[in-house]
Design a protein around this ligand. Structure first.
Ligand SMILES: *[C@@H]1O[C@H](CO)[C@@H](O)[C@H](O)[C@H]1NC(C)=O
Ligand SMILES: *[C@@H]1O[C@H](CO)[C@@H](O)[C@H](O)[C@H]1NC(C)=O
Ligand SMILES: [Cu+2]
Length: 243
């Protein structure tokens, strides 16, 4: 009994730190997100299921695409939205100020629900890395999420119609040389788009888009050099705007 309580307390404490996307607003409509600590079978959401608020610690982790095995939920929804719409992701909690925010999309073809997120090709639609200051003492994309618990992006107006996964990732750099990845995905059906798709140099697999040896992935923000260094390279391919 005592040890059961202790375990319950320990996992509640873990859940209190870290974070994950818990809802969205797209073109003014609110969408409930996935709740990793509630029963999966009862949930109806545009967000793909994910397992916990805990970080993924390896860029090559097989779950780094959508923070789980990659399949749709039992009652998976897809949000139908116009290309060019603003999408705001919300986090119910977030505890780290250092590191970049990135948003990726991936085409599923005609339907996402049968598609495993390990199999698709991702392109980046938004990123916020080091906004100002130094690696050691700067304002980051994650600082904004820490302060506001949200991140705004725009679905490229040029994008071709079809079903897509959208993936928000917070990369936390507060532990020296130990990156923490926090990715979550949702399903979108894009309409009213501009018919364009990103070319090969913008596309990457996950895992694969970045490696532990990338300069923006394994970083010691407490090193002497980091206290004066003002450049930071956000991992992954260049942002595709459709322009
Ligand atoms: C949508 O969610 C936002 C953020 O939680 C909230 O401020 C807003 O009132 C909600 N809008 C509606 C129509 O529920
Ligand atoms: C900053 O620039 C230096 C020199 O070009 C490079 O070696 C280093 O990897 C960069 N750091 C980051 C975090 O991008
Ligand atoms: Cu954390």
């Amino acid at each position: 009994m005592f040890s059961t309580l202790l375990i319950a307390f320990a996992s509640a404490t873990l859940a209190l730190a870290h974070g994950g996307v818990t809802s969205y607003t797209i073109a003014g409509t609110n969408y409930t997100g996935w709740s990793p600590y509630n029963s999966a079978s009862d949930q109806t959401s545009i967000e793909r299921p994910y397992s916990s608020f805990n970080p993924i610690l390896d860029a090559a982790d097989p779950t780094i695409h959508c923070n789980d095995a990659g399949t749709a939920g039992p009652h998976q929804l897809t949000a139908e939205v116009k290309a060019g719409s603003k999408i705001t992701a919300y986090w119910s909690q977030w505890t780290h100020k250092e590191g970049p925010v990135t948003v990726y999309m991936a085409s599923c073809g005609s339907s996402c629900s049968s598609v495993n997120s390990a199999s698709v090709s991702w392109f980046k639609i938004a990123e916020t890395g080091l906004v100002s200051g130094t690696l050691g003492n700067g304002v980051w994309g994650n600082t904004g999420v820490f302060d506001t618990l949200k991140y705004d992006a725009v679905i490229p107006a040029a994008l071709a119609d079809g079903e897509y996964l959208i993936r928000h990732e917070l990369l936390a750099l507060h532990q020296a040389n130990t990156p923490q990845f926090y990715p979550e995905c949702a399903q979108l059906k894009i309409t009213g788009g501009g018919g364009k798709t990103p070319s090969g140099s913008y596309l990457a697999k996950l895992p694969g888009a970045y490696k532990m040896s990338d300069p923006g992935v394994t970083v010691d923000i407490y090193s002497t050099a980091a206290q004066t260094q003002t450049n930071y390279t956000v991992p992954g391919p260049a942002v595709w705007t459709g322009a």
